[in-house]
Ligand binder design. Structure first.
Ligand SMILES: NC(=O)c1ccc[n+]([C@@H]2O[C@H](COP(=O)([O-])OP(=O)(O)OC[C@H]3O[C@@H](n4cnc5c(N)ncnc54)[C@H](O)[C@@H]3O)[C@@H](O)[C@H]2O)c1
Length: 264
C-alpha cells in the first residue's frame, strides 16, 4: 500500500479529529491516510492490532498524526474505549467513519446462525454503537459528521450474500434515519455505496469462489462499464468529500461509487 502523501496542498481536515473503523486495511486504511494527509488527527481502529499499528506507523512516518486502537466494533465496551481514546488524546470528535465490515457467503438456508449474527453485528450494530457514543461528543462541541460504509449490495442485493446484503440495506436506511434526527444538531450523516474494490475482503471472496484473484477480477470487470474495479483510494476520496465542509448541505445521501455497475 502506498505511503500517505502529506505534501497535499489541500488541508481540508486541519486539526480535526477523525475516527476510522476497520482502518487497518482496504477502504478504511485509505480513508485514514487521506484524512491524515490533510491535517486530521486520526484514530486508526481495527480488531487486528498489527494492521492498525502498521497504518498508524505509515501515517506518522509521513508526518501525520495517528493513534491505533485495537477494538472489536461490535462490542460496546470496546467502542466506549475507542471514543474515550480519541477524546482523551485530542478533546473532540469531528469525523466518524463507520467502515469496518465483513462478509459471509451463503443464503438464509445455508448460513449458520452464528454467521448471520456476526455479519449483522460487525456491519450494522457497530454503526449503532460507535455513533451512540460519538454523537454526544459531537453535539456538545456544536457538530460533526458521520460517514457509514454501505455497499451497492445495499441497493441491489448480491445472490448468496443474504446477510451481507441485508446488513448493507439496513446501513443505508439507518444513515437516513440518523440524518433526519441529527440535522438540527449540526451533525451530517451520509453513507457510501462502493462497487467492487480491490481489498482483502474482495480477495477473500475471490479465493473462495474462483480459482484465483485474476480469474475473479475478469468476472468482476465484466460487470463494470468503466472496465476495471476500484482502488481503495478512489473510495476514500468520496468519504473525504462527504466529511469536508464543501459537503455542508449534504446529509442523508447514499453516494454510489461503482464505475457504472448499477446502470448495467
Ligand atoms: N471491497 C469492496 O468491494 C467493498 C464494496 C462495498 C462495500 N465494502 C465495504 O467496505 C468496508 C471495508 O471493507 P474492505 O473492502 O476495505 O475490507 P478489508 O477486509 O480490506 O478491511 C476491513 C477491515 O475491517 C476490520 N474489521 C473487521 N471486523 C472488525 C471488527 N469487528 N472490529 C474492528 N475492525 C474490524 C478488518 O480487520 C479489516 O482491517 C466494509 O464495510 C465492506 O463491506 C467493500
Amino acid at each position: 500500500m502506498a505511503v500517505v502523501e502529506v505534501t497535499s496542498t489541500r488541508r481540508r481536515f486541519q486539526d480535526r479529529v477523525a475516527i476510522v473503523t476497520g482502518a487497518g486495511s482496504g477502504i478504511g486504511a485509505a480513508t485514514a491516510m487521506v484524512f491524515a494527509s490533510e491535517g486530521a488527527k486520526v484514530c486508526v481502529v481495527d480488531r487486528v492490532a498489527s494492521s492498525a499499528e502498521m497504518i498508524t506507523r505509515q501515517i506518522e512516518g509521513a508526518g501525520g498524526t495517528a493513534r491505533s486502537v485495537v477494538a472489536d466494533v461490535a462490542r460496546s465496551e470496546d467502542v466506549r474505549g475507542v471514543v474515550n481514546t480519541a477524546v482523551d488524546a485530542w478533546g473532540r470528535i469531528d469525523i466518524l467513519h463507520n467502515n469496518a465490515g465483513i462478509t459471509a457467503i451463503g443464503s438464509v438456508e445455508t448460513l449458520a446462525e452464528e454467521e448471520w449474527d456476526q455479519v449483522i453485528a460487525v456491519n450494522l450494530k457497530s454503526i449503532f454503537l460507535c455513533s451512540k457514543f460519538a454523537i454526544p461528543i459531537m453535539r456538545g462541541q456544536g457538530g460533526g459528521t458521520i460517514i457509514n460504509t454501505a455497499s451497492v449490495n445495499g441497493i441491489r442485493p448480491a445472490a448468496n450474500r443474504d446477510a451481507y446484503s441485508a446488513s448493507k440495506g439496513a446501513v443505508i436506511n439507518l444513515t437516513k434515519a440518523m440524518a433526519l434526527g441529527l440535522a438540527k444538531d449540526g451533525i451530517r450523516v451520509n453513507c457510501i455505496c462502493p462497487g467492487t474494490t480491490d481489498t482483502q475482503l474482495v480477495r477473500g471472496v475471490a479465493e473462495r469462489l474462483f480459482s484465483d484473484f485474476e480469474t475473479a477480477k475478469r468476472v468482476f470487470i465484466e460487470k463494470e462499464p468503466i472496465g476495471r474495479i476500484a482502488e481503495p483510494a478512489e473510495i476514500a476520496e468520496a468519504v473525504a468529500y462527504l466529511a469536508s465542509d464543501v459537503a455542508g448541505f449534504v446529509t442523508g445521501s447514499a453516494l454510489v461509487i461503482d464505475g457504472g455497475m448499477m446502470l448495467a
